[in-house]
Design a binder for this molecule. Structure first.
Ligand SMILES: [Zn+2]
Ligand SMILES: [Zn+2]
Length: 289
């Protein structure tokens, strides 16, 4: 099975506070772990297939569990796939403690090796970081360019396709055994060719984690802002026929009540189909079995 844990589900900027306490306010970070049959619920060991999607502020809460394992002893290997380099998807990285333990190996993946390397290294330059340079990060850092047609990452078969966003942003399809999870942050539906590629990428997935930042009304006034409405997201999920769609990258201005309503409307739209709709929450776990 694949266990998916949502550590950050908010788009654009972290939004903690009473109005968002049920859904949470951390920016994108999703942990994906593969389990062999017969070990559901097992604790994550360093030899389980294990990767992290995006490095938003959710990374700060994930690190606590990692530091109690091999990553706290300098014996961990971590694979971090970055959809793109907008701040909301990177901002947890300068504060990510496994990077400061000698012996750990951290591999970053992104759409262009130059952009990937410079985006990460820039976070540690002296204007931003007391470390005064990525060369002073204790862990061994590696950079790999995503191969869209397929590559092995930490035991997962990974494919990628480009979203429609402001600059290059990627969707990932992760396969482990017979199980498939697809991840699409930061995408604006409307370009038929791009949408068709994403639907093809997600087809057959049991779970699609899909960007749904705006209400339908907000979306109407925000052409080319690079984000879906919740209804556009459900439309894509129904087209791909996925088992479950989890809507995420919530707008920072949306309180729990608005997200409840969006979830209801999205579920109504998918009623009578085979696709189940869930709203992502920080801390939520979905097992794909
Ligand atoms: Zn974003
Ligand atoms: Zn973005």
């Amino acid at each position: 099975m694949i266990r998916v844990r949502f550590w950050g589900t908010r788009g654009s900027i972290a939004s903690p506070g009473r109005a968002t306490q049920r859904y949470g306010g951390n920016t994108p970070c999703v942990e994906v772990v593969g389990f062999q049959m017969g070990e559901p619920g097992a604790a994550v060991r360093s030899d389980n297939p294990h990767l992290i999607l995006d490095g938003g502020t959710g990374l700060a809460t994930l690190q606590t569990t990692l530091m109690s394992g091999p990553w706290g002893r300098g014996q961990g290997e971590l694979h971090l796939l970055l959809s793109h380099y907008h701040w909301d998807h990177l901002i947890g990285i300068p504060f990510f403690r496994p990077m400061f333990v000698k012996g750990n190996r951290i591999v970053f993946y992104g759409s262009s090796i130059e952009d990937l390397r410079s985006s990460i290294e820039r976070l540690f330059t002296s204007v931003y970081s007391p470390l005064k340079g990525a060369e002073n990060v204790a862990a061994d850092l590696k950079y790999r360019q995503v191969e869209p047609d397929g590559m092995d990452v930490a035991g997962f078969q990974v494919r990628a396709a480009e979203n429609r966003h402001l600059g290059t942003a990627l969707s990932f399809r992760l396969q482990y055994g017979a199980h498939v999870v697809c991840y699409t942050p930061d995408h604006e539906s409307g370009d038929r060719e791009v949408d068709a590629k994403l639907v093809a990428l997600a087809r057959g997935a049991q779970l699609w984690i899909l960007e749904a930042q705006y209400t339908a009304e907000e979306r109407r006034g925000r052409d080319s802002w690079g984000h879906n409405s919740h209804l556009q997201a459900v439309r894509l999920a129904l087209e791909a026929g996925v088992g479950m769609v989890v809507l995420f990258h919530h707008d920072p201005a949306h309180d729990d009540g608005i997200l409840d309503r969006m979830g209801l409307e999205a579920s109504e739209m998918a009623a009578g189909t085979r696709t189940q709709v869930l709203m992502a929450r920080d801390g939520m776990v979905v097992d794909v079995e």
